[in-house]
Design a protein around this ligand. Structure first.
Ligand SMILES: [Zn+2]
Length: 425
């Protein structure tokens, strides 16, 4: 987000010439690899945009330079988007290539599958119908949701159950043009019921492989520790995960936040990093800004999950912006769990205005009334986001993903192509 904002500020005509004299090393490098001066070119292109020329025509006129200087191509697209005052059709949001970085796989358990798995495993549910389950999805806060969530996961018993659950989510994700997903799973919610770690992760992993092959959706797995359990339990879980290290990209921290500060898990996060895992943590959802500081300084996380309460602490907001720490924000979840009274009152715009790398995610979509597209549609409508905002939010997700630079670039190119091909829709 910060990079996007900065590059778009260099656009207006006459100011461009001054930038040629004070180039940063990155700009210098870009200049050197491009067959013509990108800064002069920007001014020329901006004039064409102002005259009403279409993005697709401009991009094709860039020729080889587009390939060598993707930031330039992107800047041009952004400037065009900024100039568009057109409404954002739902189809534009539905079709845009997306990434999701905050989804609990157990939270994608739809009532229909819950009933099917209960039947398959000979278990009784405290509900008589799918409608009754949905009616129960009215929550006062995070804790009231978690009670139902842990009740739901009891139907997951065999490897096939975890496989079916993961396949169902990835199929749904693909239908929303999610190109890449990082999924959380909660092993302690299962091992605590006597289900083997191997059973859980094998089912999920094989579904991920099959979804990649059959649906073309890429995904990675993040293992969460339940923060309302002890650090010893988290350490034991980390030990169980080591034989499956190659199947897990990062560790995280979830479940009941208040009263369970991140610092409680300093040792296990130290160990996880020593073993080569990346780290993330839920913080600043219901918990205070102090928990976000602890996640950054004690757990040394690469991203903050939720983090919306950071806004209460200007120093913290400045730190997150300066270090480019992404926030995986989940708007419908926040409303359902009463962090905000309505989507209209969500602080997502404020977070963006503070220069934070905000991403949109679904959290526990089966329980919170929508998957990723529904989250985008809700915030676009409630906060009147433009195409440029949607583009930045989606772009942030790919930038914040645990992917190599090349992998990110491939997705970003796909995103830019989508934007340039859909400017008239
Ligand atoms: Zn979450």
């Amino acid at each position: 987000m910060r990079a996007v904002a900065r590059s778009s500020q260099t656009l207006p005509g006459s100011r461009g010439a001054r930038h040629t004299q004070n180039q940063t090393p990155t700009q210098k490098k870009m200049h050197d690899t491009c067959p013509f001066n990108p800064f002069v070119e920007r001014i020329r292109i901006q004039e064409k945009i102002d005259a009403g020329e279409k993005t697709s025509a401009l991009l094709s006129s860039l020729g080889d330079c587009k390939r060598k200087t993707p930031p330039l191509a992107r800047t041009i697209i952004i400037s065009t988007l900024k100039n568009q005052k057109k409404p954002v059709p739902e189809a534009f949001i539905e079709g845009i290539p997306k990434a999701e970085l905050h989804i609990h796989i157990e939270g994608s358990l739809e009532p229909e599958l819950m009933f099917e798995l209960a039947r398959r495993n000979g278990l009784r549910l405290p509900f008589t119908s799918v409608d009754e389950v949905r009616e129960a999805y009215e929550f006062a806060d995070l804790q009231s949701f978690l009670q139902l969530y842990y009740q739901g996961v009891r139907v997951l018993v065999n490897e096939r159950d975890f496989y079916d659950l993961t396949c169902a989510y990835l199929k749904k994700a693909r239908s929303q043009n999610i190109r890449y997903s990082e999924m959380f799973f909660d092993p302690q919610a299962h091992t605590g019921r006597g289900i083997a770690f191997d059973t859980v992760i094998s089912g999920i992993h094989h579904a991920m492989l099959d979804a990649k092959q059959r649906l073309g959706i890429s995904s990675k797995l993040v293992m969460c520790f339940l923060r309302d359990l002890s650090e010893e339990s988290a350490i034991a879980t980390l030990q169980q995960a080591l034989p499956f290290k190659d199947w897990i990209v990062a560790v995280g921290l979830d479940s009941s936040e208040v009263g369970h500060p991140p610092e409680k898990f300093t040792k296990v996060f130290d160990k996880a990093r020593e073993e080569g895992f990346l780290t993330v943590a839920h913080a600043g959802e219901e918990g205070p800004p102090e928990y976000v500081w602890q996640a950054l300084d004690r757990l040394k996380v690469s991203r903050i999950d939720h983090g919306v309460r950071c806004i209460e602490d200007p120093d913290l907001t400045a730190r997150l912006a300066a270090d480019g720490i992404p926030l995986t924000v989940c708007p419908l979840s926040n409303v359902k769990l009463r962090v905000f009274e309505s989507v209209e009152q969500h602080n997502l715009k404020q977070l963006l205005d503070h220069g934070l790398c905000v991403t949109i995610n679904s959290d526990d979509p089966a329980y919170f009334g929508g998957y990723l597209t529904e989250n985008f549609l809700a915030v676009q409508k409630a906060l009147r986001l433009g195409r440029h905002d949607i583009y930045c939010l989606v772009r942030n997700s790919f930038q914040a993903a645990f992917l190599s630079l090349d992998e990110k670039q491939t997705f970003l190119d796909e995103l830019d192509n989508y934007i340039s091909q859909n400017e008239d829709k």
